[in-house]
Design a protein around this ligand. Structure first.
Ligand SMILES: [Zn+2]
Length: 242
């Protein structure tokens, strides 16, 4: 599905189930000792908001070339690889192998951040979803939060032990504005707005990748909160046994 009218618009399919994709090369840019390759179809995501970009390999039938980074340049998405032995030309067909475990873990971490933000009444300042570790910073008194933390932690673990559906739907701007966290969206937005909602509560505008149920998050743990200053603090999440 195309993502239209959102802060960052993506122009590739959201088929994360696809791990390997066969696609022809659209463009090749050479920058220093690196090559940037764009494709007519792509199953990878660039860095987006709190989520890391996908990685994986490009396979030309003989060699696997590790994708160092997925970048978006002037609306076009490129896979960055080292220039060493790569000699494929525009129009040639390669296999794009997605590191699906990494993607799944990033989706998990990102979904866990949603849940955490829903359970904590303090406002999130920023979040970072890695494939093994994540952190979220909140604006608010650390002292107050310390008091609420045990309850938030219990609710978090309660949610991830149970099968609460994380659903995705689209609203027009007018309806989307009725949701509470739409202040960042301006009149310039057009088309449909993508909403993510955990078990019918706390709808949020989001373009990230998510798991289908809170049960998928059951190998994530919350570490002890850390004070940043009088008015902010952070929470770290970690995959168990990574
Ligand atoms: Zn999200």
């Amino acid at each position: 599905m195309k993502e239209k009218g959102l802060k960052v618009s993506f122009d590739f399919n959201e088929i994360f189930e696809v791990q390997n994709l066969t696609s022809s090369i659209k463009r090749i840019l050479k920058i220093n000792d690196k090559k940037l390759i764009s494709f007519n179809e792509l199953n990878l995501r660039p860095n987006f908001g709190s989520q890391l970009s996908d990685k994986g390999y490009l396979f030309d039938g003989i060699n696997n070339y590790p994708i160092l980074e997925v970048k978006k340049i002037k609306g076009e998405i490129f896979c960055e690889i080292s220039d060493d032995k790569f000699h494929s030309k525009v129009g040639e067909i390669l296999v794009i192998k997605q590191d699906y475990t990494r993607r799944k873990n990033i989706s998990k971490m990102h979904s866990a951040i949603h849940l955490l933000c829903s359970l904590n009444k303090d406002e999130m300042i920023r979040g970072y979803a890695g494939d093994k570790k994540s952190k979220v910073e909140f604006k608010g008194s650390f002292k107050n939060f310390e008091r609420n933390f045990p309850e938030i932690k219990n609710s978090f673990y309660h949610y991830i032990e149970n099968d609460n559906i994380i659903k995705k739907y689209y609203l027009n701007l007018e309806d989307a504005k009725k949701l509470r966290n739409l202040k960042e969206f301006s009149e310039k937005q057009e088309g449909l707005i993508r909403i993510i909602e955990i078990q019918n509560f706390d709808p949020r505008v989001c373009l990230g990748t998510h798991v289908k149920s809170t049960k998928c998050l059951n190998d994530i743990k919350i570490l002890e909160p850390k004070k940043i200053d009088e008015n902010s603090y952070k929470l770290n999440l970690e995959l168990k046994n990574y």
